[in-house]
Design a protein. Structure first.
Length: 217
């Protein structure tokens, strides 16, 4: 199947109100255009420089999502255009995004990445840590970021029950944070192999790469 057909098939199987972010990391401009030409606008990358190059070359109506770990010294490159930063995993990074947002006169939409997987290799806040950041005066003082919700990645495993449990836990935290913080509306969880479970557990944004673009090298 073509990229356009894959994308249509994925979207047909997904309820209204769930946004598909097509994860185009490592893929060529031409592959992105094939998806874009179906009318799709949300694309995600995990490296700032790769995303910036694609933003420069491709149609400006594309909404670029940064889904990877971001080094603070790279924030300045994406600050002028990034549509949503999914991988905010420290307060220091949030402060840098705020600073660059101010420089470019933007309020930059962000998600806090939460560590939900069993592996300790993945980035993210622990749930209680995220809650205390949200409640802190230092966070409240930031004027050029807008926390829209949470992002998480489940353990890389065949154990569907474990994946479900991790997504359930993230949804519980999402609801708690939505009670204390205004404007919390996005729950980004689910990738090619687990987005069905993620949606059942409350995801309203899924990040799908290989299912649309084929395997990466
Ligand atoms: C690569 C990546 C995805 C997409 O992975 P697939 O398994 O190809 O769908 C989703 N989220 C993040 C953070 C990624 O880095």
């Amino acid at each position: 199947m073509s990229i356009a057909e894959n994308l249509r098939a994925v979207k047909q199987g997904i309820p209204d109100g769930v946004t598909v972010v097509a994860i185009s990391k490592t893929k060529a401009d031409d592959a992105i255009l094939q998806a874009f030409n179906t009318g799709h606008l949300d694309f995600g990358e995990n490296k700032v420089q790769e995303m910036t190059g694609k933003w420069e070359r491709l149609p400006k109506t594309i909404r670029w999502h940064m889904v990877g770990h971001v080094q603070r010294n790279k924030v300045k490159y994406m600050a002028p255009f990034v549509s949503l930063v999914h991988g905010v995993d420290s307060f220091r990074l949030l402060k840098e995004i705020d600073k660059q947002g101010r420089k470019y006169k933007r309020i930059i939409p962000c998600l806090l990445q939460i560590h939900i997987a069993e592996e300790d290799t993945k980035f993210g806040f622990d749930p209680e840590e995220a809650m205390s950041v949200i409640k802190s005066p230092e966070f409240r003082a930031l004027t050029n970021i807008d926390i829209k919700g949470l992002m998480g990645m489940a353990t890389f495993t065949e154990d569907r029950a474990l994946i479900r449990k991790e997504f359930k836990g993230l949804k519980v935290l999402f609801d708690r944070i939505a009670e204390v913080q205004e404007g919390i509306s996005i729950l980004s969880m689910g990738m090619s192999n687990d987005y069905g479970i993620a949606i059942e557990e409350g995801a309203n944004m899924v990040r799908i790469g290989s299912r649309i673009f084929g395997p990466r090298n």
